[in-house]
Design a protein around this ligand. Structure first.
Ligand SMILES: [Zn+2]
Length: 391
């Protein structure tokens, strides 16, 4: 009896505490076109540093509101921000005390992907990143505890997955390691199929010849998005990115590339989010995005290439090297770049800022058809170099 009396105050305290914490969050699901998790409220020309995109329908615990973003509790020790427009309130969700991972099935398909299916009680947030030397894909699953006792691997059909395993990195974070058979990353896609997390790992192209690749070319800007302006000519970036894109298309065709995907072939408005979604459906082997740079300092000139993920860096350095070979100054190889068309993990991609419209000497080059054709050739040589390194 004495013992019972002692327990009552503890019980009251716990239930009050639980009610108190319930007041401070609500639940929703990721929604919209490309739901994006950000590390911070930091701002940059292209938005704050991206933690990564997630699928729609993912359960999110919202704990605070700051201007256009909500603060989310991903797991006990991890938070992230998301645009309010990317979250839909869902009063039907009943948060469980814990979520579990179940069995995994790892299979090599007939098509271009090795596939991983991971059973999870609910669609929960995740983050992924690439590593090189050795090449592997890492995924953190937030708010989940492991109950995985079966990782079924169909070894004879797997073409790209060398090893797959996990570690309960924190009480409620499961860290998945996917070791790859090849040094070069060819991309991966994470989404949910019902309550299973599906990871598609792209195999290398069956024939590593440029002619056999499906190459996407993106002419920057277009339509109402005019981009930068020529310092003396006042020509618009959108007009010249299209000319460079067409020159590249023509050159690749002449070299025997049959599958070329153009994000635009005319002066049309095509938003970058829509470009990404469209490209993900096209499933190219790689993407080259073409832009012309501009600086407040008119003496700055030259070429730069940009990438987000370390696994795709080689494509950007190979193309930059070829631009330097024709006498262009180096305006940096830039990593972890925030540009939207550098964000897809689905295929190697790079942004080439060909030259500066704000520099008189570069501007003259940009406007010359001879230079446009030369750049097309150098991009081609860069892709060939990339393929040779990937072998
Ligand atoms: Zn641009």
């Amino acid at each position: 009896m004495k013992k019972f009396l002692l327990l009552i105050p503890i019980y009251i305290f716990q239930s009050l505490h639980a009610q108190d914490s319930i007041k401070h969050y609500w639940l929703g699901r990721s929604a919209g076109k490309l739901p994006l998790l950000s590390y911070s409220l930091g701002e940059d020309r292209l938005g704050s540093a991206k933690l990564g995109y997630i699928d729609t329908g993912v359960v999110l615990k919202i704990i605070d509101s700051v201007n256009t973003k909500y603060l989310l509790q991903l797991s006990k020790y991890h938070t992230a921000y998301m645009f309010k427009t990317d979250i839909q309130k869902d009063t039907g969700i009943i948060m469980r005390p814990y979520y579990l991972t179940g069995n995994w099935i790892v299979n090599g398909g007939k098509d271009r992907y090795d596939t991983i299916f991971i059973s999870i009680d609910e669609r929960l947030p995740y983050k992924s990143w690439m590593e090189i030397d050795p090449s592997r894909i890492m995924i953190d699953l937030y708010g989940v505890e492991s109950n995985t006792n079966w990782i079924k691997q169909h070894t004879s059909s797997l073409k790209e997955i060398k090893n797959i395993y996990f570690n309960q990195a924190e009480d409620d974070v499961v860290r998945i390691t996917i070791e790859l058979k090849h040094q070069q990353h060819w991309g991966y896609t994470i989404s949910y199929m019902k309550d299973r997390l599906m990871v598609l790992i792209k195999k290398p192209p069956p024939v590593a010849a440029i002619q056999k690749l499906r190459i996407a070319i993106d002419a920057g800007h277009g339509g109402t998005n005019t981009g930068a302006e020529g310092v003396t000519s006042h020509v618009l970036e959108k007009s010249y990115t299209l000319l460079f894109a067409k020159a590249l298309e023509k050159y690749l065709k002449a070299k025997g590339v049959t599958e070329i995907i153009m994000t635009r072939t005319t002066d049309t408005t095509f938003g970058n989010t829509d470009r990404v979604l469209w490209l993900q459906k096209q499933q190219p082997d790689l993407l080259i995005s073409l832009h012309l740079n501009s600086s407040a300092d008119s003496s700055v000139k030259g070429s730069g290439t940009y990438y987000k993920y370390i696994g795709f860096r080689t494509l950007s350095t190979s193309i930059l090297k070829q631009m330097l070979a024709i006498g262009m100054d180096e305006d940096f190889n830039v990593g972890n770049f925030n540009f939207l068309l550098n964000q897809p993990t689905d295929f190697p991609n790079t942004l080439l800022e060909i030259a500066f419209l704000s520099n008189k000497k570069d501007e003259r080059k940009i406007m010359s058809m001879q230079f446009q054709n030369l750049v097309a050739k150098q991009v081609y040589l860069g892709i060939v170099d990339f393929l040779n390194q990937a072998k």
